[in-house]
Write a protein that binds this ligand. Structure first.
Ligand SMILES: [Zn+2]
Ligand SMILES: [Zn+2]
Length: 144
């Protein structure tokens, strides 16, 4: 069994939640994809594969995956929530193109370090962090 699956099953049991095949299937689906998925495209993807799962189950399961730390939920763009798998030790931030919706992932260790320093200067202990830059990608700038 995969590590993430083991972890998720344990989390569900610890919280007296049912381990269902739909929940495990959603975990699989999220972990097999490398990109950013929203609940509706996940629903579409599964229906396309002939798998039956309700929208409510998808939302509920994605939230559980976020709560147990296996997935990350970000609001990219205005009203758009996307989910992606969490890879331990590999953080990244997002640039979101407001023209075509493209998401670019980036990581900058200097930026990371600087944030830690700024928090320390304020005696602040960070628990959650999110950085998103909105703008236009190279292609969209070209077609302006
Ligand atoms: Zn663009
Ligand atoms: Zn991402």
């Amino acid at each position: 069994m995969k590590r993430a699956e083991k972890f998720f099953i344990q989390y569900l049991r610890d919280n007296n939640l049912k381990v269902t095949k739909e929940r495990l299937m959603l975990l699989d689906e999220l972990f097999e994809s490398t990109g950013h998925l929203d609940a509706d495209s996940l629903l579409f993807q599964l229906r396309h594969q002939g798998k039956r799962v309700s929208r409510a189950t998808i939302y509920r399961t994605l939230d559980l995956l976020v709560q147990c730390g296996l997935a990350r939920k970000s609001r990219l763009g205005r009203e758009h929530y996307v989910y992606e798998r969490v890879t331990p030790g590999k953080r990244h931030d997002h640039m979101v193109c407001t023209g075509c919706g493209k998401i670019i992932e980036f990581y900058d260790s200097d930026l990371d370090e600087r944030q830690r320093e700024v928090c320390m200067e304020h005696g602040f202990r960070p628990t959650f962090y999110s950085l998103q830059i909105q703008g236009l990608c190279a292609e969209c700038q070209d077609s302006e």
